[in-house]
Design a protein around this ligand. Structure first.
Ligand code: ADP
Length: 392
């Protein structure tokens, strides 16, 4: 019998999970990775082995049935018992979007932690309640299983105070209305991994370009600035989110165009970004092969903002020793990387087209003053690492 750590990333309509070995490797060893999608209706379960090959599927639930987080976790634990009987799950690590000002590292979950995280739910209403639902459900299903919360905000707690403050009245700042930053588990993984590639890189900009997208300035392995702030809607335009926008637009839409809070939320989080601009798709792959001019313009706006923030983050760092691309678009789209890097020659980045086409890891030429890298992120592995550390 060997030991395993269960990693859980619970959202509104899906639960993603992975099992890692509980050995001593610096990179936890993945055993399986899977998900149940469609919790609100027509659920589908899929699981892959460590090589990425699908080893099982299930979608035999009655048509239209919805699963609660508890139902889904019971199914996942049942599957693990039946199919991985030789692996004893000794702990569960959860991705939790918001740790507020208090949690600057992963923490063992108890009643006090749950109460604290509940209080933060209004700061991340689209994610935090679902993260907590899975934690509560698992506590009921397996009360003796230690659970650990790993936060998307924690890595950014090292940011200097000036980076965290909005220019708002003190009483609002003191009550927690601040810039937090997200995608922290991804950035922490890259910071943990980068020394293997570029041991001397001290000032690093990481572009996490996925359907959610943000960028982070890292100095000496610690976050000093990020493009997401109080919520996950700030910064870069994303698949369906606006990115940073003049808050006066929100006032105008509410005062003169009849938008209420729900309509604003839908607009900012679901109807904007690449889908809003293109009217075609929120998926960069679709936009890159579309001949619709609005699709091309959506890509232009996306690339423009990546460039703009690369400049801003480089200024914060006082120079740049490495640029890193990661996440779905960053890892898989040579075109987007090419479009960004070709406009960064002023910064000393010279793209190696062949290396870029092959996906790197190094995608800049030998004489590039600043190297550019593609490093696949692995938030689940980071959660497994934290969980192991907290357990011990
Ligand atoms: P998230 O974790 O935020 O859901 P991912 O990091 O998985 O997102 O990124 C998903 C996005 O990556 C997709 O929406 C798609 O736009 C983009 N993507 C994946 N592969 C490619 C590719 N080959 N070219 C361009 N974009 C891609």
């Amino acid at each position: 019998m060997s030991q395993g750590i269960l990693v859980i990333n619970a959202g509104s309509s899906s639960i993603k999970f992975a099992v890692f070995g509980n050995g001593d490797h610096s990179e936890p060893e993945l055993r399986v990775k899977g998900q149940i999608e469609g919790l609100a209706g027509d659920p589908a379960f899929q699981v892959k082995n460590s090589e990425g090959h699908t080893i099982d599927r299930h979608n035999g639930w009655p048509h239209g049935v919805a699963l609660s987080h508890a139902d889904a976790l019971r199914f996942i634990l049942g599957w693990l018992r039946e199919n991985m009987g030789q692996t004893e799950i000794v702990a569960a690590g959860h991705r939790v979007v918001h740790g507020g000002l208090v949690y600057d590292q992963a923490v063992r979950i108890d009643a006090k932690v749950i109460a604290d995280l509940d209080q933060l739910a209004p700061l991340a209403p689209l994610h935090q309640p679902h993260n907590l639902a899975a934690i509560r459900a698992l506590a009921e299903i397996a009360p003796d299983l230690p659970q650990v919360a790993c936060f998307d905000t924690a890595f950014h707690r090292s940011q200097p105070r000036v980076a965290q403050l909005f220019a708002l009245p003190r009483k609002l700042l003191d009550s927690g209305v601040r810039r937090y930053g997200f995608h922290g588990l991804s950035y922490e993984y890259i910071a943990h991994k980068l020394p293997e590639y570029a041991p001397n890189a001290k000032r690093v900009v990481v572009a996490h370009l996925g359907s959610g997208a943000s960028m982070c300035a890292i100095r000496d392995g610690r976050s000093v600035e990020s493009t997401m702030g109080f919520t996950t809607v700030d910064g870069l335009p994303m698949g369906t989110r606006t990115g940073g926008m003049d808050p006066g637009v929100v006032l105008y839409l509410m005062q003169d165009r009849g938008y209420d809070v729900k309509a604003i939320e839908k607009l900012l989080y679901k109807e904007s970004g690449l889908i809003g601009l293109s009217g075609v798709s929120n998926d960069m792959r679709d936009l890159l092969c579309s001949d619709d001019p609005h699709a091309a313009e959506a890509v232009d706006v996306f690339v423009y903002h990546v460039l703009k923030y690369t400049g801003a983050l480089t200024a914060v760092l006082g120079g740049l020793d490495a640029l890193v691309f990661t996440a779905g678009i960053g890892e898989n789209s040579p075109q987007i990387r090419e479009r960004v890097c070709s406009k960064l020659e002023w910064l000393g980045i010279r793209l190696d087209e062949a290396a870029n086409a092959q996906g790197g890891p190094l995608i800049s030429t030998a004489d590039s003053a600043v190297p550019a890298w593609v490093i696949p992120t692995n938030e689940e592995s980071m959660i497994a690492l934290h969980t192991r550390r907290v357990l011990r």
